[in-house]
Ligand binder design. Structure first.
Ligand SMILES: Nc1ncnc2c1ncn2[C@@H]1O[C@H](COP(=O)(O)OP(=O)(O)O)[C@@H](O)[C@H]1O
Ligand SMILES: O=C(CO)[C@@H](O)[C@H](O)COP(=O)(O)O
Length: 472
């Protein structure tokens, strides 16, 4: 019974699970927090990983490890292998203007033609979240840093590289040892998901030269070993790892509520949505992962609970004690700007206030309904691209909220599967680690509750759409 470890280096924290490779049984786990902010030095991720591994009892008896992580973060390394500047994360919107410029330039000034070009070339129309737009911003705003960039990688690539024993003094040989996987490469903006290859002219067009890019490993390829002899799997972007961890198969849709809200499908074919709503990513098993991502999910709950002066548990109790429709309150949750729809400078709004309905209960429920409605719009965008959702698997920290589960059942119109509370991104990485050992993905059991779809009798979604439509 070899043990395997899976890591989720996410926006807010680092989680490590250690499982039995044969049975999937959870043996030990650990967790450590990441700093706040949308610009973070990767050393914080490394320190949090060490802390989470120590809390999980170390890796001495572990045969293989795999790292999944927040997507898109721009990690720039100089010729020695040192980090050039703190990483700009997926939720940093300063590169929104760069995204607009890249789209217009590709269309000879016409944004519609430009969006069509990017959807065809990479599968995804650039937004501020993509690594490419961050590099474009860097070249325009910090040319001295851009000139130092010898290699560009992503959070999960960098942590895998550090686990393999490389670091700030590894030099050219170290840079050549960088690896990634197709799920994370497909979120860079300089990789063609359909063709499965980098687009060197695209990245050199933004950086001014061609940096070293991590080798893209196949789903079952390995990334070498740690200095202590632990086998390293390819790792993945966190959404692809969640699909794997939650046992999503072709025809399943996964909805994740963490810092980001995401809704994505495991698909046999790559997507190319010129409207920019659906990102054409790859999954971690050789399939595709068309995905919609919002900037505002559980932090809207955190902020509303803080405003009401209650814990998250009390917030859920309040939300559950209000009637569906929140007494007429509608919250549009664009607290941190928004990515889908692409409104980087938007702010949130609360509509429909009366003296009678302005209660903590209605406000808590409106926060949950607003976030779930924004993801219902994401689901509709996926369906418009031909995704046929058989069921929706609900994961992420926010899936533990009974209020989220109730509202999702009411608003999404499709049966919901709620796996028991767990770390499904780290579990997906652990499955990759097991596959690196055995040559195939394990079929570990998964406990889940099935919740049949109910009706949106209070017309919550149509009311939300009329208010969210005001931003267009
Ligand atoms: N019972 C709950 N109700 C509502 N939100 C919750 C609950 N438990 C955890 N969360 C939220 O989940 C978030 C963390 O989820 P996670 O998926 O780990 O995020 P990330 O992957 O972005 O770091 C926190 O913002 C927290 O508020
Ligand atoms: O940008 C995306 C997907 O495109 C986000 O989903 C990030 O991958 C961050 O994930 P969380 O930390 O919110 O889980």
């Amino acid at each position: 019974m070899p043990l395997v470890a899976g890591v989720d280096s996410s926006t807010q924290s680092c989680k490590v699970v250690i499982r039995d490779a044969d049975t999937g049984e959870l043996v030990r786990q650990g967790r450590a927090t990441h700093p706040e902010g949308t610009e973070v030095h990767p050393d914080h991720w490394w320190n949090a990983l060490q802390e989470a591994i120590a809390q999980a009892g170390g890796l001495d008896d572990v045969a293989a490890v795999s790292v999944a992580g927040q997507q898109h973060g721009m990690v720039c390394l100089d010729a020695d292998g040192a980090v050039v500047r703190p990483a700009l994360l997926w939720n940093d919107t300063r590169s929104a203007g760069a995204a607009t410029e890249l789209i217009k330039a590709a269309g000879g000034g016409d944004p519609i033609a430009g969006a069509g070009y990017w959807a065809g070339a990479t599968g995804t129309v650039p937004v501020a979240s993509l690594t490419l737009t961050k590099l474009h911003w860097l070249t325009q705003n910090e040319p001295e840093n851009a000139a130092k960039v010898a290699a560009v990688c992503l959070p999960h690539d960098w942590l895998t590289w550090r686990l393999a024993g490389y670091g700030p003094d590894s030099g050219a040989e170290g840079l050549q040892a960088l690896v990634t996987d197709r799920s994370d490469a497909s979120g860079t903006g300089y990789y063609s998901t359909a063709a499965g290859q980098y687009l060197p002219a695209v990245i050199s067009g933004s950086v001014g030269h061609l940096p070293v890019l991590p080798k893209v490993l196949g789903p079952l390829e390995t990334a070498g070993k740690t200095p202590d002899g632990v086998l390293l799997a390819a790792g993945a972007g966190d959404n692809a790892a969640a699909a794997l961890g939650a046992g999503a198969r072709l025809g399943d849709v996964v909805m994740s509520l963490g810092t980001s809200g995401t809704v994505f499908a495991v698909s046999e074919t790559p997507s190319a949505d010129p409207s920019g709503l659906v990102a054409g990513f790859a999954d971690a098993t050789g399939h595709y992962l068309p995905l919609v991502c919002t900037l505002n999910a559980t932090r809207v709950f955190d902020a509303t609970a803080a405003l009401l002066g209650v814990t998250l548990q009390e917030f859920n109790t309040l939300a559950l004690s209000a009637a569906s429709g929140s007494g007429g309150l509608t919250l549009v949750p664009y607290f941190d700007g928004e990515r889908t729809p692409n409104l980087p400078d938007a702010t949130g709004a609360l509509h429909g206030i009366t003296r009678a309905n302005y209660t903590p209960e209605n406000l808590a429920r409106a926060a949950v309904e607003g976030v779930v409605c924004s993801l219902a719009d994401g689901l509709a965008a996926l369906q418009a691209q031909g995704v046929k959702a058989r069921r929706i698997i609900l994961v992420g920290g926010g899936a533990q909220s009974p209020a989220v589960q109730d509202v999702a059942v009411q608003l999404l119109g499709i049966d919901i599967t709620v796996p028991q509370p767990g770390e499904y991104v780290a579990d997906g990485a652990a499955r990759q680690a097991a596959a690196a050992l055995t040559g195939s993905f394990p079929d570990w059991p998964l406990n889940a509750v099935e919740r049949p779809a109910a009706a949106d009798t209070a017309q919550v979604l149509s009311r939300y759409r009329s208010y969210a439509g005001l931003y267009a």
